[in-house]
Write a protein that binds this ligand. Structure first.
Ligand SMILES: [Zn+2]
Length: 339
């Protein structure tokens, strides 16, 4: 037993010595190795050689962070189609590593999708903006503007993710882009519009009452933008008397009541085409002729500035305009004396 034990001790001692000298040798070799070489990572992306990096962990963290947040405003999400591949290598000490170039290259391979808001008019995209607040402002203003039109578009905001996008910088520009086609559509509709004739009349009592009121009237123009194409008085040919003033404006332009009153006529009336008449106090009446369509009916009470009809070219007319006539107790007079 003792002999065996001594022998085992001897073997163990020898083994230990061998092990220690091996370890020493290995560490010596490693130290020598590290004097000449350094550990690096060789990076490839989609089989493209990107060179060497010193700090693989830092690079991976940067990429991870970029994929999560991107590095600009409005970033929705970032996609990197492939993963970079890293190979551990011992390279000579003087080998140049280029961590920042590798990161820049990989960043460049990412698809960045930006979050934007598209304003749609009847499901057709009109413009794109960066904030929901601006999109809402455009929709609100456009809705306010299209309130004048019979045929309106449904305006919606749609959240979108785009790699590239163009934004409008100005709310007004966007609103005009939305309104222009709506306006055009309404003009087309007015061309084929035929107004229903109405048999309604305003009672004689109401009219008599209105005429008996004596108050100072302050007529305003039925249009804001116009060109006067014919004034009150004898026409140049000397044979025809023009009983009102012609204000030319684009087809479909809203026509506003010149004063408060009651609508007494909103129907076809021969040369006048579609005609609106408003009875005011003190026996005054205003005529709005050649309309394309009506916004009021007989018996309606209107306030000064209310939309009563839209510019047209119905009846005896050579182009879109409103013929404004002012009458006192049935006799026409020069509107310019009252406007
Ligand atoms: Zn006229």
């Amino acid at each position: 037993m003792l002999r065996i034990s001594n022998k085992a001790k001897l073997v163990t001692n020898v083994l230990m010595k061998v092990l220690v000298s091996m370890l020493l040798g290995v560490s010596l070799m490693l130290s020598l190795l590290l004097l000449v070489y350094k550990p690096v990572y060789h990076v490839t992306y989609a089989s493209t050689d990107l060179g060497y990096v010193q700090n693989k962990n830092a690079l991976e963290r940067s990429i991870e962070n970029y994929l999560q947040y991107g590095d600009g405003d409005n970033v929705g999400y970032v996609i990197l189609r492939e993963s970079p591949e890293y190979t551990f290598e011992l390279a000579k000490k003087d080998l140049e590593t280029n961590d920042s170039d590798v990161y820049a290259y990989i960043k460049d391979q990412c698809d960045v999708y930006y979050k934007v808001y598209a304003v749609e008019s009847d499901e057709e995209e009109v413009c794109t903006v960066e904030t929901l607040a601006m999109a809402q402002e455009i929709v609100d203003e456009a809705n306010e503007k299209q309130a004048d039109y019979k045929n309106q578009a449904k305006l919606t905001i749609c959240e979108k993710y785009e790699k590239e996008y163009e934004t409008v910088s100005d709310v007004e520009v966007a609103v005009n882009d939305i309104i222009a086609p709506i306006k055009q559509k309404n003009l087309e509709v007015t061309r084929i519009y035929t107004a229903p004739s109405t048999g309604v009349v305003v009672s004689a009592d109401i009219l008599a009452n209105l005429k008996s009121i004596k108050e100072e009237l302050n007529f305003t123009l039925p249009l804001t933008d116009y060109v006067i194409t014919s004034r009150y008085g004898w026409r140049q040919n000397g044979t025809e008397f023009h009983t009102g003033i012609d204000y030319a404006a684009p087809l479909g332009t809203p026509i506003h009541a010149a004063e408060d009153g009651i609508v007494t006529c909103a129907k076809w009336s021969g040369n006048y085409g579609y005609l609106v008449k408003i009875q005011h106090t003190g026996g005054y009446e205003t005529y709005y002729a050649h309309c394309s369509r009506f916004a009021v009916s007989v018996g309606d009470e209107v306030k000064q500035g209310d939309i009563v009809s839209y510019v047209g070219s119905t009846g005896r007319s050579t182009g879109p305009h409103v013929h404004l006539e002012i009458r006192l107790d049935g006799k026409h007079m020069n509107p310019q004396d009252l406007l």
